[in-house]
Design a protein around this ligand. Structure first.
Ligand code: SF4
Ligand code: SF4
Length: 110
C-alpha cells in the first residue's frame, strides 16, 4: 500500500487492475497457435512450426497445462504485449490480439 492510501482505494486499484488483466486475456481466442515452436526464416522473420507444440500445450483442448505458472516453468513462453500484437510475424491473422490491434491501426490509416 502506498503511504496515505486507504484500504478502500487499494481494493479499488486492485480490482481495476484485475479487470484490466481479464479484458486483456479475453482477447485470446485460445487457438493455441502461439504455443508452437517459432523458427526463423530470415534474420527478423519468425514463423510457427505447427509440428512442434510446446510440451505444456494440450494439443486436443489447445489449453496450456501450466497456465498460472507458465512464465516460471517454460523459458520459451512469451508474454503477449501490444508490440507482439502489432508486429510479431508468428501470430496468425485471426489471433484476437492481432485482429484488435492491427485492425485498429489499419482503421486509422484507411
Ligand atoms: S495465437 Fe493469439 S488467439 Fe491464439 S492462443 Fe495465441 S494469443 Fe491466443
Ligand atoms: S507454457 Fe506458454 S507456450 Fe507453453 S503451452 Fe503454456 S502458454 Fe503456451
Amino acid at each position: 500500500m502506498k503511504a496515505g492510501e486507504s484500504a478502500k482505494s487499494l481494493n479499488a486499484r486492485t480490482s481495476a487492475r484485475r479487470a484490466s488483466a481479464l479484458r486483456w486475456e479475453s482477447l485470446c481466442r485460445q487457438c493455441g497457435v502461439c504455443c508452437y515452436e517459432k523458427r526463423y526464416t530470415g534474420i527478423f522473420s519468425l514463423y510457427t512450426d505447427l509440428s512442434s507444440p510446446c510440451r505444456h500445450l494440450d494439443t486436443k483442448t489447445r489449453h496450456c497445462k501450466v497456465y498460472e505458472s507458465r512464465f516460471r516453468v517454460c523459458g520459451d513462453c512469451r508474454k503477449m504485449t501490444i508490440i507482439h500484437a502489432l508486429f510479431a510475424s508468428y501470430l496468425p491473422a485471426d489471433c484476437g490480439y492481432v485482429q484488435r490491434y492491427r485492425g485498429l491501426f489499419k482503421k486509422r490509416r484507411d
